[in-house]
Design a protein around this ligand. Sequence first.
Ligand code: COI
Length: 356
Amino acid sequence: MSLTTEYSLKIEKCSQSKIQQVDFDNLVFGTVFTDHMFECDFKEGAWHNPTIKPYGPLTMYPSAKVFHYGQAVFEGMKAYKDSNGAVFVFRPEQNAKRINKSSKRLAIPEFPEDLFMEALEKLIALDKDWVPNKSGSALYIRPFVIATENCVSASPSTAYKFMIILCPVNAYYSGKLKVKIAEKYSRAVDGGVGFAKAAGNYAAQFYPTNLAKDEGYQQVIWTDSVEHKYLEEAGTMNVFFRINDTLITAPTNERILDGVTRKSLIQLAEHRGISVEVRKISVDEIIEAHTNGALKEIFGSGTAAVISQVSGFSYKDQFYDLPEVEDSYAVSLKQEMFNIQYNLKEDPFGWRHKIV
Ligand code: COI
């Protein structure tokens, strides 16, 4: 099926920019949005009217399916500005493909990858002044799809809205994270939607994460849902463990998101000669490694945080501290990512996608 026929992307510019009202030094993540957004509607079997327009509210009926069944998927990406004012997006083609994998699992029609890229490029180019030019800051890009059919029967919607909104952001986490290893709750199950960026995956994390926060932790390290034995993800991130000088991360599967930052870090680490093992890793293994001094680092990886270091973890009411190491892989790999993302060094992998 052809998902879209001929299209020409329309641009309706706002009459006055809001940028002067924004305090770029004190941005609260995800609360400030740029002047424009992209919108495209699916009905009668095809995507129609791709339009960039002023950022503003949507008018929807309360019967829209997204409100009842959570038929929604999203992506997270970032645009970076270099010292000459050039703007780059990090590996956007990966997100254009992944949103369609998520959509397929949620019975949402795929969005044409070429239109995804065109909308992204034109929208960011239009709002390029909003891309912060400070290290650690970026323009967070949120593409998403929601089910808009006005009908509360529990079946896939016949109408959808694909949108892209943009927000300038500073660092996602301000310091290291204290985390709790999940013993009861799970993020994902075999045969489920864990690999997809389905909105509901994130909503389902809020309650167990709040319980962990009440105990003084910032995030949960999710374990497998059958035995709570294997370590899978950390909060909204993939997770890496450094035992001696080897980095270990769980293989992607039905339960684990195929993170763009995760796979980029694996490539960067291997390129540097660090030994990387993509395999199952158990709670017992990291506790044993901690006991004999071999567990050097734990860190999460994701678009929002890039790399987020863990200062310690708790399991079965015991806390395991992770003191700072001198030759931290988290610190040096994050700097190498920044070198590519902010155009500070060469990009041997071709990951930077220039916008303007
Ligand atoms: C990411 O870092 O990739 C995310 O999806 C974070 C987002 C949920 C804020």
